[in-house]
Design a binder for this molecule. Structure first.
Ligand code: FAD
Ligand code: SF4
Length: 460
C-alpha cells in the first residue's frame, strides 16, 4: 500500500514569497501615468460593464489630479465594497474587458489597480469620504456579514439608520475573509474594509447563527426591515466510495484553513488531486501549489471549452504548474483510512444536456488510478435549505435560491429583502455588493414612503 506523502515543508520566507500580493500597489508616478491614459469616454463601455455602474472615467480623472478622496467618494457612492472589488473583481471580463483600448489591441486601462489606489488611501488614512446623513430612528437587521450584507449595511448606516449585522462566523467579511484567494486580498485587507463599515456605526454580532435561538421572524418583529445575505451552504459531496477517507475534503474547508492559520503551518499532500473546474476548484489548485505540493492535478469530466472557470484563472494555474486532465471523472477514492489514490474513467462528449453543454459519457474499459496524497473537491455549492425552509412564506426556486423582486430585492415575505449568492447561486463579490446597495435603497424608500411600516422599533 502506498504511503501518504506530505508536500515539502516551506520556510516562513518561502511561504511569504509564494503568497505575495498579485497586484502590488502602484507608485505615485505609475498611477498618474495610468490615469492619464484614460480617454474619459463619453458613453464609457467600462461603466456599462460594471455591475455597480461606478462612474469609472470620473474616478480615474480625479486620480490623475491626485484627488484620491474625491475619487474614493465616486467609487463608494456606487459600490460600498469598492475596496475588495478593486482587488478581487474579474476585471478582465468586466470593466477592463470592455475598455475601448481593447478595440485597437492595446492594453486596457488598469481600472482595478487604479481603484485600489483610491481605496487604499481611504483605509490607510482611516477617514470616511462620504458624509453621513442625520440619524434616523428606524432599526434594520442584516443576516450575514459577507459582501451582500456589508454593502446593504453601509448604505443604510450612511443614510442614518441603526443597523445590526448578525453573522455566524467568528470574523466578519464572509468569503472575502474566509475564501477569496489571499494573493488577491488577504483576510487582513477584508477586515480593514469591515472596520471602515463599523466606523459608520454598524453593530456587528459575530458568532450568532440566525435560525437557532434568534429567528428571522424575531428580527422582522423587532426591526423596520431585514436583509438576508447568508451566501450558500456547504459544497456538494462527490457521492462516490471513499469520500470519508482522511485527506479528502471540500475546497471551501481546504481554503478556509489557509485563511485562519499561518500559511507556513498548513501542509498539503505531495500530490493533490482537485475534482471540478470552476473558479473555486482553480483557487484550490493554485493554493495547493503555493503550499508546496509537487503535483497538482485538476480533473474535469468535460473539456476546457466547457469549464466554468475563467480562462485567465485557468491559464495562470497552468503557468504555476497545475496539470489539467480533461474528460476524466472520478468513480472511487482509494485508500485504507487515508487516501492513496483516485480511480477514474475517461469520458467522451455526447449529445447536449439541459445546460446546453455536451453531456459527458464514460468510455468502456477506461478505468485507471491516479496515485495521490490528497483529494480536494469543488463540484458546486447548494443553498442552506434548512435555514430558508424555516422562514414562513419565503418563496424559493427549484434549486432553493431565494426569489426576489429584481428591482427592490424584496422577497415574498414583506419587509424581508435578500441578495448575494443566496439569490444568484454564486456569482462575484461585485454582484453581492450591487444587490446589497439596491436592497438598502429600496428599504430606505419603503420606510420614507411609510407604506404601513412600523417606525421607531428597537433592536431585538
Ligand atoms: C473560494 C472562493 C473564491 C472566490 N473568489 C472570488 C474572487 O476572486 N472574486 C470575486 O468577485 N468573487 C469571488 N468569489 C465569490 C464571492 O466570494 C461571493 O460571490 C460573495 O462572497 C458572495 O457574498 P454573500 O454576502 O452573498 O455571501 P458570503 O460571502 O458567503 O457571506 C455570507 C455570510 O453569511 C453568514 N451566514 C450564513 N448563514 C447565516 C445565518 N443563518 N446566520 C448568520 N449568519 C449567516 C456567513 O457566516 C457569511 O459570513 C469566490 C467564492 C469562493 C467560494
Ligand atoms: S473605456 Fe477605457 S478609456 Fe474609456 S473611460 Fe473607460 S477606462 Fe477610460
Amino acid at each position: 500500500m502506498r504511503k501518504r506523502k506530505l508536500a515539502p515543508k516551506l520556510t516562513p520566507g518561502e511561504a511569504k514569497e509564494r503568497w505575495a500580493d498579485a497586484h502590488p500597489p502602484f507608485s505615485h508616478d505609475e498611477y498618474v501615468h495610468e490615469a492619464n491614459r484614460c480617454l474619459y469616454c463619453y458613453e464609457a463601455p467600462c461603466i456599462v460593464a460594471c455591475p455597480t455602474q461606478i462612474d469609472i472615467p470620473s474616478f480615474i480623472k480625479k486620480i490623475a489630479f491626485d484627488d484620491l478622496k474625491g475619487s474614493a467618494r465616486t467609487i463608494l457612492e456606487a459600490n460600498p465594497l469598492g475596496g475588495s472589488c478593486a482587488r478581487v473583481c474579474p476585471t478582465e471580463v468586466l470593466c477592463e474587458g470592455a475598455c475601448v483600448y481593447n478595440r485597437w489591441d492595446r492594453p486596457p486601462i488598469l481600472i482595478g489597480r487604479l481603484q485600489q489606489v483610491a481605496m487604499d488611501h481611504v483605509f490607510e488614512e482611516k477617514y470616511e469620504p462620504l458624509p453621513p446623513e442625520p440619524k434616523r430612528p428606524e432599526k434594520i437587521a442584516v443576516v450575514g456579514a459577507g459582501p451582500a450584507g456589508l454593502s446593504c449595511a453601509a448604505v443604510l448606516a450612511r443614510k442614518g439608520y441603526g443597523v445590526t449585522i448578525y453573522d455566524a462566523q467568528e470574523k466578519a467579511g464572509g468569503l472575502n475573509t474566509y475564501g477569496v484567494a489571499m494573493y488577491k486580498a488577504t483576510p487582513k485587507y477584508s477586515l480593514r474594509e469591515v472596520a471602515s463599515i463599523r466606523k459608520l456605526g454598524v453593530r456587528f454580532r459575530q458568532g450568532v447563527r440566525i435560525g437557532n435561538r434568534i429567528k428571522v421572524s424575531d428580527l422582522l418583529s423587532g426591526n423596520a426591515a431585514v436583509f438576508m445575505g447568508p451566501g450558500l451552504g456547504k459544497e456538494t459531496r462527490l457521492g462516490i466510495p471513499g469520500e470519508n477517507l482522511r485527506g479528502v475534503m471540500p475546497a471551501l474547508d481546504f481554503l478556509e484553513e489557509i485563511h485562519v492559520k499561518p500559511v507556513d503551518t498548513v501542509r498539503a499532500g505531495n500530490t493533490v488531486v482537485i475534482v471540478g473546474c470552476g473558479n473555486t476548484a482553480i483557487d484550490a489548485a493554485r493554493a495547493a501549489k503555493r503550499l508546496g505540493a509537487t503535483n497538482v492535478i485538476v480533473l474535469y469530466r468535460r473539456t476546457e471549452n466547457e469549464m466554468p472557470a475563467y480562462q485567465k484563472e485557468h491559464d495562470e494555474a497552468v503557468a504555476e504548474g497545475c496539470e489539467f486532465r480533461w474528460l476524466t471523472n472520478p468513480v472511487k477514492i482509494m485508500g485504507r483510512g487515508t487516501v492513496t489514490g483516485i480511480r477514474c474513467v475517461t469520458m467522451k462528449l455526447g449529445a447536449k444536456d439541459a445546460s446546453g453543454r455536451r453531456r459527458p459519457v464514460p468510455v468502456k474499459g477506461s478505468e485507471h488510478t491516479i496515485e495521490c496524497d490528497q483529494v480536494v473537491y469543488s463540484i458546486g455549492q447548494g443553498v442552506d435549505t434548512t435555514f430558508m425552509a424555516a422562514i414562513e412564506g419565503l418563496k424559493t426556486d427549484r434549486k432553493g435560491l431565494v426569489r426576489v423582486n429584481a428591482e427592490s430585492m424584496e422577497t415574498s415575505v414583506p419587509r424581508l429583502f435578500a441578495g448575494g449568492d443566496c439569490i444568484n447561486g454564486g456569482k462575484e463579490v461585485v454582484n453581492a455588493a450591487q444587490d446589497g446597495k439596491v436592497a438598502a435603497n429600496a428599504i430606505n424608500e419603503m420606510i420614507k414612503n411609510a407604506k404601513g411600516v412600523p417606525h421607531d422599533r428597537s433592536h431585538s
